[in-house]
Design a protein. Structure first.
Length: 388
């Protein structure tokens, strides 16, 4: 059972004017503004029935194990079990907020709206409503979507990044029995205060977010996860088959059109074809990702240079090989196919995006990823059909 409060206002018991108290005051202010507009506060998002998420089971790739598949370790993921519990019990529009959804050490304030007509503009309007009296410029910057959001962007206050907004992917929502579109908004209250006061306040509360980061190699390695991953049983079966066949190096030196694999799951058949006329390059697929000295490196399994030997000996492995990340992306693409075929080009790895891995957003600008390398040249076609 998820407890939802519907009050006329919230009151703060703190009389201190320290930074943490100011963050709490801002939280109270936003809560009261939303409750005046009919929003409800989620009081205990952790209280779930047996059929809901087992939130404490985290797999080695940083994904939460659930009975609906895997969901990424993101603050936006925390809303999914709560939405599942309430979506069939409340009438639309469902408007909720919470300051208890954060997975990490930050003061996040998040809002969700379940409605047939919710879109990115609606989530911007909510953001404008909350931030408008700070007398600073408010801006929005569309960014690369990351699961479970199919569309997302950054919220800017006085050109500082203070949060994000987006829409959940329909495939993720369907895994949790949620039939209607859902919009998402998150504000980092410490970042909001930093934008309307001095940067020193944010440093005193979050030294890890500003200034020089000091992460151990092991801590950095654990923060790396695969970005696009299959969430359905169908997608995971496809990923397993792709990993197995690519590991056999069946794509090595392939020229012209040839079928890499075919696999079926229930009523669906997936084929993966290699199209390279000039021959394939795939040896970079077997590189393993390491964290060392504040950066990420890819280390091949053979012919390792002296410099990379040092990375392997002194650094910490993330446990991720590029073949795993590539197979996950292909399976994710198969899950999201709208037609019966799709062309995908895999080229040399040179960034976290091309490697299909991700870092927590507060680390991305501080971690050196220039040594992520992998020689890959694959032109693939995914074909999806039903069993005859």
């Amino acid at each position: 059972m998820v407890l939802i409060g519907q009050f006329s206002s919230r009151s703060s018991e703190s009389s201190s004017k320290g930074l943490k108290s100011r963050v709490r005051e801002l939280e109270e202010k936003y809560a009261n503004l939303l409750m005046d507009r009919g929003y409800r506060e989620v009081l205990n998002p952790h209280t779930l029935s047996e059929r809901d998420l087992e939130l404490q089971e985290i797999d080695e790739d940083g994904y939460i194990k659930t009975k609906r598949g895997l969901i990424p370790l993101q603050d936006s993921s925390r809303w999914l079990p709560t939405l599942e519990c309430v979506s069939n019990n409340l009438t639309l529009p469902i408007k909720l907020f919470s300051s208890s959804m954060s997975l990490f050490n930050s003061f996040n304030f998040s809002v969700v709206v379940v409605d047939n007509e919710v879109d990115l503009n609606e989530m911007k309007r909510i953001s404008n409503f909350l931030l408008s009296d700070h007398d600073f410029s408010i801006g929005y910057k569309r960014d690369v979507a990351s699961s479970p959001l199919s569309k997302r962007g950054d919220i800017l206050l006085n050109e500082d990044n203070v949060g994000e907004y987006g829409l959940y992917s329909l495939s993720t929502l369907s895994n949790f029995g949620i039939e209607d579109p859902v919009g998402y908004l998150r504000l980092d209250l410490a970042s909001v205060l930093a934008s309307i006061s001095s940067l020193s306040s944010r440093k005193s509360l979050y030294p890890q977010l500003t200034g020089v980061l000091s992460l151990t190699d092991e801590a950095l390695a654990k923060s790396v996860s695969i970005d696009k991953v299959p969430l359905t049983e169908f997608g995971k079966a496809v990923k397993k088959k792709i990993s197995k066949e690519i590991t056999k190096e069946r794509v090595k030196g392939t020229r012209g059109r040839s079928k890499l694999l075919e696999t079926s799951f229930k009523d669906r058949v997936v084929q993966v074809w290699v199209l390279n006329e000039g021959g394939t390059t795939s040896k970079g697929l077997f590189n393993e990702i390491y964290a060392w000295n504040g950066g990420l490196y890819t280390v091949p399994r053979t012919n390792i240079t002296d410099a990379l030997k040092k990375v392997k000996e002194e650094g910490s492995s993330t446990g991720i090989h590029l073949v795993d990340a590539v197979a996950s992306r292909l399976a994710w693409e198969a899950e999201h196919m709208s037609g019966d075929r799709k062309l995908i080009e895999l080229e040399d790895i040179d960034s976290i995006e091309s490697a299909n891995i991700t870092l927590p957003r507060n680390l991305r600008s501080s971690i050196d990823t220039s040594n992520l390398k992998g020689e890959i040249d694959l032109e693939l076609e995914l074909k999806l059909s039903g069993l005859s």
